[in-house]
Design a protein around this ligand. Structure first.
Ligand SMILES: [Zn+2]
Length: 389
């Protein structure tokens, strides 16, 4: 059994409130010892036990690996032209998803797998050590199963999103499509998924349709999460809370009853500021949620249409600059918040027994993630103790 000490940590973010005042549980001049892929010891360098090997953080800040709890990585093609048109004044609608559906259906398995691999590697380079991956660009039984089976090779956090949009061949027959999703498609996809998700919004699925799909998924052992209230106010957030969803994602258009429902629940509000950036839309009101006591996560929503970024650091910078989160809140939401949104206790935290997922920054503080936007500050990344960068 070989142990490895990460030394020279100028500032360590543990997210362990038992460690220090404040949500980040910060320790200065720290050491972390890793054994068998897990954290074996955490504390001040002066008290560190001996270890077989050493890695020097060079005085930089070390934090838990980012947990990107919302990403759509199974797709082919890109929508750069749509983005350019949008920046020239064309408004965003959920309809653009159909472009990606057509490209994804036409793509061979190898192309889709290579696309996922490329984005997961890009994320790892940026410090993301856990990613959730959704289906939702296949929208036939065979194509949704294929997407989830491919995603499973990269993460155990896979989400069945057959109810992403109504595919063109079901235009005008939304209830027939919902019956397919909650029936044969779910039966075939459930073995490859941990989660079930629905895009409950204007132009997508209504509350009754969302409930049908989510309850059917729950009956097959999948846990619910929701795309809700991105494009307009609506029933999605409260439906998610009622069904005990781990997370409701987007939360851009909320009424007071939505905030109150979230505040009294274990459902996380996952904010995806890359989507507002890329669709030039108003950002969610993070302060209102935080001040009400809601647990907030940040994720990329990485997808080819409305948010083609894989960078959690970019999302942190947006959250701080545009959503009035403090740097500490944004870092917590991108790590421990994402872990909460996936109901995981073993990631997003630097604590004995947790998975050894660590990001070493070329910067003395996590504040630099927002203070130096667009700059690659990641010096090295460890996932389960293995160096990815
Ligand atoms: Zn999404």
């Amino acid at each position: 059994m070989t142990s490895c000490a990460v030394t020279g940590i100028g500032l360590l973010v543990t997210n362990d409130p038992a460690r220090a005042d404040g949500p980040l549980g910060e320790i200065t001049n720290a050491t972390v010892v890793v054994e068998r892929g897990a954290i074996a010891w955490v504390g001040p360098a002066a008290a560190a036990p001996p270890a077989d090997l050493g890695v020097d953080a060079g005085g930089g800040c070390v934090l838990p690996g980012f947990v990107d709890s919302h990403a759509h990585l199974v797709f082919a093609g890109d929508r750069a032209a749509e983005f350019a048109a949008r920046m020239a004044g064309t408004p965003y609608s959920a309809g653009g998803i159909a472009t990606t559906v057509a490209a994804t259906r036409a793509a061979p398995d190898e192309l889709l797998a290579a696309g996922i691999a490329r984005l997961v590697a890009e994320m790892a380079c940026g410090g993301t050590t856990t990613v959730e991956i959704k289906s939702g660009y296949g929208l036939t039984v065979a194509d949704e199963v294929r997407g989830l089976a491919l995603a499973r090779a990269f993460t155990k956090e896979t989400t069945f999103l057959g109810a992403h949009v109504v595919p063109p061949e079901y235009a005008g027959r939304t209830d027939d499509y919902v019956a397919l999703v909650a029936g044969d498609m779910l039966d075939a996809c459930a073995p490859y998924a941990r989660w079930v998700d629905v895009f409950c919004d204007r132009g997508a699925f209504d509350a009754d349709q969302a409930r049908t799909v989510l309850e059917a998924g729950m009956a097959q052992g999948l846990a619910p999460r929701l795309h809700a209230n991105q494009l307009a106010p609506g029933p999605g957030v409260r439906l998610g809370v009622e069904l005990g969803a781990a997370s409701v994602d987007h939360c851009t258009h909320l009424v007071d009853a939505d905030v109150a429902a979230l505040a009294g629940s274990a459902t996380v509000a996952t904010l995806l500021p890359g989507a507002e950036f890329s669709t030039r839309s108003p950002y969610p009101d993070a302060r209102r949620l935080l001040d009400a006591g809601v647990t907030v996560a940040l994720a990329t929503d990485c997808n080819p249409g409305s948010s083609y970024t894989s960078s959690m650091a970019f999302c942190i910078a947006l959250a701080v600059r545009e959503m009035r989160m403090t740097p500490a809140e944004a870092v917590w939401s991108a790590t421990a918040g994402g872990a909460a949104a996936l109901r995981r206790g073993d990631i997003g935290v630097v604590r004995v027994g947790a998975r050894a997922d660590l990001v070493v920054l070329r910067a003395p503080s996590y504040v630099h993630l927002a203070y130096r936007p667009g700059v690659d500050l990641v010096a090295s990344v460890f996932r389960a103790g293995r160096q990815l960068r």
